[in-house]
Write a protein that binds this ligand. Structure first.
Ligand SMILES: Nc1ncnc2c1ncn2[C@@H]1O[C@H](COP(=O)(O)OP(=O)(O)OP(=O)(O)O)[C@@H](O)[C@H]1O
Length: 267
């Protein structure tokens, strides 16, 4: 459903962030993207929806080649790609509900979006999503009154209300404590499974990636160094991906606890 064909990005500074990356992700598959700082993970995610313009190569979403689209067609195709950010990217002074509904702005007409009057079915869906992530009781709270984990849940709802075919997730847990990080990763993976959604999750934490996804892609210096199941990430493979970086410290963070969504923590 997503195919990258010799995707290359060279920034104006001369940094070659992606080197002819080839990748195919079937519908419903959740993939973790790991690799050291500067490996090109964010660039890869952003080249897919062309927030960063690729230098060469092709991106296919289903039968559509995203890399050849003009501005209008690209805007329409971007609806099919929900994005979740490290820093949540919520509008602080708007309510939780308004932030979720802003995920529909690509669909509603100009005047409606200006006055923020959304169709009832969008509002109903926003309530359903907030209920699913345990935040329905906070629908009227302002975004700046929420904890980090709650903000990320709102960010997830905003991406899902787009009804995307693919989720692009950029460091969703980088600003969160370890327990909340696991809850958020679990939530993203569960929602993808429920909806048959494919996702690429850029994640620093190798242990978290190993806990939740069936396929890991390791980037190093803009190239795919590893592509396989989490248990194939042997110490040798990790050393190849991370070089001299002390990945052992990352792995040591694994705690084998089963923390389900705790309503107390969510509230
Ligand atoms: N806007 C930019 N202009 C110039 N070079 C850039 C830009 N953004 C990223 N780069 C360079 O491209 C390479 C890949 O960066 P990128 O942010 O994609 O890596 P990353 O794996 O996401 O890193 P991190 O884990 O630290 O976020 C790096 O060498 C970086 O310096």
């Amino acid at each position: 459903m997503l195919r990258l064909d010799k995707l290359t990005k060279t920034y104006k500074t001369g940094d070659q962030a992606l080197k002819a990356v080839e990748l195919e992700i079937p519908q419903g598959q959740v993939v973790a993207l790991i690799g050291p700082s500067g490996a090109g993970k964010s660039t890869l995610i952003r080249c897919i929806n062309r927030l960063v313009e690729p230098t060469s190569g092709k991106v296919w979403l289903g039968d559509t080649e995203l890399t050849e689209l003009g501005a209008g067609a690209l805007r329409r195709e971007r609806r099919r790609m929900g994005m979740i950010f490290q820093e949540y990217a919520l509008v602080e002074r708007l309510t939780v509900m308004e932030n979720v509904l802003s995920g529909r702005l690509g669909y509603v007409g100009f005047w409606r979006s200006l006055t923020r009057r959304f169709p009832q079915k969008d509002v109903d869906e926003a309530f359903r999503l907030l209920d699913r992530v345990g935040l329905v009781h906070m629908a009227d709270k302002r975004a700046d009154e929420l904890s980090g984990g709650q903000r990320q849940r709102v960010g997830i709802c905003r991406a899902l209300i787009q009804d995307p075919a693919l989720l692009l997730v950029d460091e969703p847990t980088a600003s969160l404590d370890p327990k909340t990080s696991r809850q958020i990763m679990r939530l993203i993976c569960e929602l993808c499974a429920e909806r048959g959604l494919a996702a690429i999750i850029n994640i620093h934490d190798v242990a978290l990636a190993q806990m939740f996804v069936a396929r890991v892609i390791g980037l190093r210096a803009g190239a795919v160094e590893f592509d396989g199941p989490p248990d194939a990430l042997t110490p040798d493979v990790l050393t190849t991906i991370y070089g001299e970086e002390d990945w052992v410290a990352t792995i040591d963070k694994v705690e084998d606890e089963e923390d389900t969504l705790d309503p107390e923590a969510v509230a």
